[in-house]
Design a protein around this ligand. Structure first.
Ligand code: LAN
Length: 765
């Protein structure tokens, strides 16, 4: 929301542009949780947001208050809550930037270009801002990373270069010259990774023979088949679905042969003459820069066999028959996903691939209602910040951030002090819980809750869950459901919510609704006792032998994670405390199994590896909190070892710091947060470490004091904290921004430390 998210970004907007930017910022990227995206720029939410942003950017002369160092922990958290409340929108969620990856927006630009550049997909202002983003993030050697903090890769560079050119940056622009130099120095795009090759094929910039097969026939395998794609992790499944459709249809941009930019790109991207390239040889080529998880032998063999199936004459009659069926089913499935998510789709990759698939299926009809609905929902993914406009990693992190905020304010004892904020949080959570019966009034998505559809499209039950972003998106997730439920339970314990419920100022969330959430959580538990993300674990570890993407690790199945397991266990524990008579045996059994799971994934050194944020500090905070809430005794070896692990990594200035490399290397970043931290420490990591230590009531009060002082010292005069290195991660190799973390976790940690240790800060004065 216009807050600094990346220190190398520049703001070149004049005040006039700024006003325009603010309007865009207020309009763009955020959707309500309802079905229809807001089309009305005068809606009160948009005006309210513009007002907040102006206030934050001090454009109305509202200079931030003078620096008054906080006197106590409560002072500090109160001020922080006050600042953070300015970012709350009228529907109750907190505005936040969810950018980071560089391989998303190019997909959108490519779709827009293929569809003939419709302004209903991207308008001129947006195009300028997208260009700005690409230029700002180009690195000194001319390349782009896979995400904002990664060293340059062929994956990031190929896609960003192509997007930049399609958006109108001329071939001889210095940025294009440098970009090309990088690409050619690394062998040209024959060495880029498979997901970017896929986009090149769509544009007519690579021959399909240069791409490994993605057969849509895979959907025709019987469901019991060990590697049926329905067993895949939903994100991989939902991306390979439209990929199969488009590969199967051998889709190519229809004007490729006459389009001057495409023709020129054919000579810009390669070291060799385009027409002389022997495509069949290049399928497996990949630069070491991209080769994070080299294609395993099993997959390579399969790809070679598939190449025979694709090309040998004797297979062609078979292929024609099965391909047609595969394509037909894929399109039906794509459509179901669109309707289930109100055309938002599960993520930014399948969003654009589904859109292109429909464009193709309707005979390139931009007026087809499906294509129109798709274009309307592009806005949900866009976000403007000081580095320009980006396509976010999701349609936002609304529900997730809002649930955390409720819990942080609860532990800091601030919910009753900010009753307006609390009520709005309640409203958001109330509106966002997935309730198929209520959704049915406004959305076609409801009917897909019926078992018939759920099974046909490999979906877990949704009813009662909470999503990561909005109810319109509608995919429930184990830990988002848990955090949503915990947040509601916190709110229910406050006076302001109890009074507001009595006065009917807010809508009641019935006990039945909480039971439904519990039902979702219980059904999510895996056989190993842990919880995965969106679904149960449906496959086996050897599935990774079939991972066809070089750039991502561990994407093939949904694994049990310490994060999802801790969130669910603590939700079950909190729920049981307030509703001891609901399914007590099921809940107890589930907690017992989950408790053992958490212990089983603790590492030798006492830590846990965090898969969804950086990294061991995050995982270890989750591990400790999970164990403590499950009743593990505070002096047990598991907890003591975990706390010792955290203490070993406290840095000289009292903080903790890890950066993205911890996740990538699966090894604690020895130099701490190298790039944007403060002597290696960072605010968010410090907050996580303190949360872990304090839930275990660890008795090294001096370490806690130094950590608390560190957080207080780093607070900005406005009550905000500085944005540091990227804190989120996915698929081991991609960083993703969570701007809310720098506000929510310090409030939470300080609140908890105060509750456990008293005012440790004052004691030193
Ligand atoms: C997310 C965002 C939320 C995140 C948490 C809830 C924080 C986590 O605890 C569980 C996993 C989950 C749901 C998650 C999984 C992977 C996502 C969906 C993302 C990081 C957001 C974007 C990412 C998605 C895969 C990006 C699209 C890229 C592809 C390679 C398909």
């Amino acid at each position: 929301s216009g807050r600094q998210i990346w220190s190398r970004a520049t703001t070149s907007a004049s005040n006039h542009d700024k006003e325009k930017l603010i309007q865009e910022m207020a309009l763009g990227g955020r959707s309500y949780s309802g079905f229809n995206p807001s089309k009305n720029p005068n809606s009160s939410d948009v005006i309210f947001r513009a007002h907040q942003i102006r206030k934050y950017l001090s454009i109305d002369g509202n200079v931030p208050p003078p620096a008054t160092p906080p006197k106590s922990i409560q002072d500090c958290t109160r001020k922080a809550a006050h600042f953070y409340s300015m970012l709350q929108c009228s529907d109750g969620h907190f505005a936040a930037d969810y950018g980071g990856p560089h391989f998303l927006m190019p997909g959108l630009v490519i779709a827009w270009y293929i569809m003939g550049k419709p302004s209903s997909c991207l308008n001129n202002d947006q195009i300028k801002l997208l260009k700005h983003y690409i230029l700002v993030h180009q690195q000194s050697d001319g390349g782009w990373g896979t995400h904002i903090e990664s060293p340059p890769t062929m994956f990031g560079s190929t896609l960003m270069y192509v997007a930049m050119r399609l958006l109108g940056v001329p071939k001889d622009d210095p940025a294009a010259v440098r970009g090309r130099k990088f690409l050619k120095e690394n062998g040209g795009v024959l060495y880029t990774s498979s997901w970017s090759k896929f986009y090149l094929c769509l544009l007519g910039l690579m021959d399909w023979r240069g791409h490994n097969s993605v057969p849509p026939e895979m959907w025709l395998l019987p469901n019991w088949f060990p590697f049926h794609p329905g067993r895949m992790w939903c994100h991989a499944r939902m991306v390979y679905l439209p990929m199969g459709y488009l590969y199967g249809s051998q889709f190519v941009y229809e004007d490729a042969e006459t389009d001057a930019t495409i023709q020129s790109l054919r000579s810009e991207l390669y070291c060799e003459n385009y027409i002389n390239i022997s495509w069949v040889k290049t399928r497996h080529w990949v630069s070491p820069l991209d080769d994070y998880s080299p294609i395993p032998l099993m997959m390579k063999t399969m790809q070679n066999l598939l190449a025979c199936y694709e090309n040998w004459d004797i297979f062609q009659p078979f292929k024609r028959f099965f391909r047609e069926k595969g394509i037909k089913f894929s399109l039906k499935y794509i459509h179901a996903e669109d309707k289930q998510t109100n055309y938002i789709d599960i993520g930014p990759v399948n969003k654009v691939l589904n859109m292109i698939s429909h464009y193709h299926a309707t005979g390139n009809d931009l007026n087809d209602p499906t294509v129109v609905d798709h274009m309307m929902r592009v806005q949900d993914y866009l976000w403007i910040a000081e580095d320009g406009m980006k396509m976010q990693g999701y349609n936002g992190s609304q529900c997730w951030d809002t649930s955390f905020c409720a819990q942080a304010l609860f532990e800091a004892n601030l919910l009753d002090e900010f009753p307006g904020v609390s009520r709005k949080i309640w409203n958001y959570l109330e509106r966002t819980q997935i309730l198929s019966t209520e959704v049915s009034q406004s959305s076609p998505a409801y009917k897909y809750e019926a078992n018939e559809y759920r099974n046909m499209y490999y979906r877990h039950i949704s009813e009662g869950g909470w999503p990561f972003s909005t109810s319109a998106h509608g995919w429930p997730i184990s830990d988002c459901t848990s955090e949503g439920l915990k947040a509601v339970l916190c709110l229910l314990r406050t006076k302001c919510i109890q009074d507001s419920l009595k006065d009917k100022r807010i809508v009641c969330i019935s006990e039945q609704r909480l039971y439904k959430a519990i039902n979702v959580l219980l059904t999510y538990q895996n056989e190993d006792g842990g919880w995965a993300t969106y679904e149960n674990n449906r496959g086996w570890g050897w599935y990774e032998q079939l991972n066809p993407s070089e750039v991502f690790g561990d994407i093939m199945i949904d694994y049990s994670y310490v994060e999802c397991s801790m969130a669910t266990l603590t939700a079950l524990v909190d729920f049981r405390e307030m509703y001891p008579h609901h399914r007590p045996n099921d809940i107890q059994q589930s907690i017992n199994k989950g408790h053992s799971f958490l212990k089983s994934v603790q590492r030798e050194d006492g830590s846990w590896y965090g898969s969804w944020a950086c990294c061991f500090t995050y995982g270890t905070f989750f591990g400790i909190e999970g164990l403590v809430k499950c009743g593990e005794s505070l002096d047990s070896t598991a907890i003591v070892r975990a706390c010792k692990f955290l203490l070993q990594h406290q840095r000289k200035n009292g903080g903790w710091g890890e950066d993205f490399t911890s996740c990538y290397d699966k090894d604690y970043a020895k130099n701490g947060m190298k790039r944007y931290g403060d002597e290696g420490s960072g605010v968010v990591n410090t907050a996580w470490a303190l949360l872990g230590l304090s839930i275990a009531k660890y008795d090294d009060v001096d370490a806690i004091r130094r950590g608390v002082q560190y957080l207080m010292k780093r607070q900005l005069p406005s009550g905000d904290w500085p944005q540091e290195g990227i804190s989120g991660v996915f698929n081991r190799s991609v960083g993703i921004t969570y701007t809310a973390y720098r506000n929510v976790f310090p409030i939470w940690a300080l609140g908890r430390c105060y509750a456990v240790y008293g005012n440790v800060f004052n004691e030193t004065e």
